[in-house]
Ligand binder design. Structure first.
Ligand code: BES
Ligand code: MN
Ligand code: ZN
Length: 499
């Protein structure tokens, strides 16, 4: 059911006593007074004096009382020191609250907020909305015992008068961002027996119809005609045929030659091929289309928001398995670009699919800039863990734009160096390039630079989300759930918006 979220000014809403069951507001370490309600201010003074609730970051405090025969709850959440409070903090602590609200089986919620110094109210409302919707998600469609979410209405109530039309726009943008993120998560969580390349292409076609972007899907024969031998080699071992999925959204028709290209890695499963992975975590490789999930979620948000930008996205979807038809280590293959590649490791397959997708998007879709996003290397996690997405780029200005986008969604990025000695490492074999450099270190960088060999001087960003797209442990953001995080979808939207 669609969650009803709206912004109100305090003077327009019924008094607290008649509110629908709960109110809830945020508090800083120095407990904020001055709420236009004596009862709340009293409570705050008492709590502050007794030190029962001090507003420490993430602390929750629930007060229950009976008003006119009905139970009313007030939940306080701590935001920590005011000077250190950032919008990320609002997103995370809103999520803590919403989990508590869901646990307490509450249906309607009044969220009392005040203006903050750290961000404008537009950003704040957008962040709160994103957080509410992302927090309600659970991948439980295959479970008989599902978590129930009764919450259906949230009023975000400002205590100083606000421009409601503007802030309700922030709710809408936050909703579209969150729903894009959940589209990604759902696709990434879906197991590979259900989400084959063909099933993925059908889902994208449906999303295109629902959300307003054009979708074209090419089959194996057509992919062969494009000359994408590299992409096809990876999928050869699977009886599920590869699909090349193209999404187009032209929101700025006066500027047709200016097009942002997004390429998402779309391995619906990666067993490693003949360089087979070990059993322990192989099951998580259903998430090897996290890049595809990100571009698909972003395209949905971009189209629904109606951004005045031109964006084309491409996913080369296939499965990396073993069979008598599978490609082998030592094989030398061609690419759509014409450069040849020696296969050193069949488990370094993502880059092989990506380079043909990059050539396609540059030569056939005429994009002016390229962003590729991929669960590409285990090495990125070795380098920086899951605290950030690793980035390789050839353009300082484009990277600055990415940093700005990153700040607006709290999906962190970190730029790697691109020294010449890394570039030399991918040129050491019996063909123009080798697809793996072996255990010489800097694997996340050499993988990125491999893709860089195909960008034909276009400004380019490579985002390695291998360590950020999926987690089998407790996620590092409150509003993420175990499994897919949907990372990339909000980030790509924020890039497109600024592009
Ligand atoms: N899909 C994997 C990367 C990956 C690893 C994603 C862990 C998520 C979690 C990729 O195709 C892969 O297998 N990369 C190899 C490259 C190596 C053979 C050069 C890796 O990282 O081991
Ligand atoms: Mn692999
Ligand atoms: Zn892979």
């Amino acid at each position: 059911m669609k969650m009803n979220i709206k912004v109100e000014n305090l003077k327009n809403v019924q008094s607290h006593n008649n509110s629908k069951g709960i109110f809830l507001f945020e508090s800083y370490m120095e407990l904020q007074q001055g709420f236009p309600c004596d009862k709340l201010n009293n409570i705050l003074s008492c709590l502050s004096e007794s030190k029962e609730f001090t507003g420490k970051k993430g602390d929750l405090y629930t007060l229950t009382n009976i008003e006119d025969g009905s139970i009313q709850k007030t939940i306080l959440v701590g935001l920590g020191e005011k000077a250190k409070c950032k919008v990320d903090n609002v997103r995370n602590n809103t999520s803590k609250l919403i989990k508590e609200v869901i646990k307490q089986k509450i249906k309607t919620l009044d969220l009392h907020v005040k203006s903050m110094d750290c961000c404008c109210n537009y950003e704040k409302v957008k962040a709160i909305t994103e957080s509410i919707i992302m927090t309600t998600y659970n991948f439980d469609k295959y479970k008989s015992d599902k978590k129930e979410v009764l919450l259906e209405e949230v009023r975000i109530i400002f205590h100083e008068d606000q421009d409601l039309a503007k802030l309700n726009e922030a709710v809408e943008e936050g909703r579209l961002l969150a729903e894009g993120n959940l589209i990604s998560r759902e696709l990434v969580n879906e197991p590979a027996n259900i989400l084959t390349p063909e099933a993925l292409s059908k889902k994208v076609q449906q999303l295109g119809l629902d959300h307003g972007f054009q979708v074209e899907v090419y089959n194996k024969e057509e992919i062969k005609n494009f000359g994408m031998e590299s992409f096809l080699s990876v999928g050869k071992g699977s009886s599920n045929e590869p699909k090349l999925i193209v999404m187009r959204y032209m929101g700025d028709t006066n500027n047709k030659e200016n097009i942002l290209g997004l390429v998402g890695k779309g391995l619906t499963f990666d067993a490693g091929g003949y360089c087979l992975k070990t059993a322990g975590s192989m099951w998580t490789m259903k998430s090897d289309m996290g890049g595809a999930g990100a571009v698909i979620g972003a395209m949905s948000t971009i189209a629904r928001k109606g951004l005045k930008k031109n964006i084309v996205a491409v996913v080369a979807a296939c499965e990396n398995l073993i069979s008598g038809d599978a490609y082998r280590p030592g094989d030398i293959i061609n690419t759509m670009n014409g450069k040849t590649i020696e296969i050193i490791n069949t488990d370094a397959e993502g880059r092989l699919t990506l380079v043909d997708a990059v050539t396609y998007i540059i030569r056939k879709e005429n994009v002016t800039k390229v962003v590729d996003i991929a669960t590409l290397t285990g090495a990125v996690g070795g380098a920086i863990g899951s605290a950030a997405t690793g980035v390789v780029t050839n353009d300082d200005e484009f990277y600055s734009l990415l940093e700005e986008a990153s700040l607006h969604c709290d999906e962190r990025v970190w730029r790697f160096p691109t020294f010449d000695e890394y570039k030399e490492k991918i040129k050491t074999g019996n063909a123009d390039l080798v697809n793996s450099t072996g255990p010489v270190g800097a694997g996340a960088i050499t993988a990125g630079l491999f893709i860089g060999e195909f960008v034909e001087d276009k400004p380019w960003l490579h985002l390695d989300i291998a360590a950020t797209a999926f987690t089998s442990q407790t996620p590092n953001r409150e509003y993420f759930s175990k499994g897919a995080t949907g990372v990339g979808s909000r980030l790509l939207y924020e890039i497109a918006k600024r592009y």
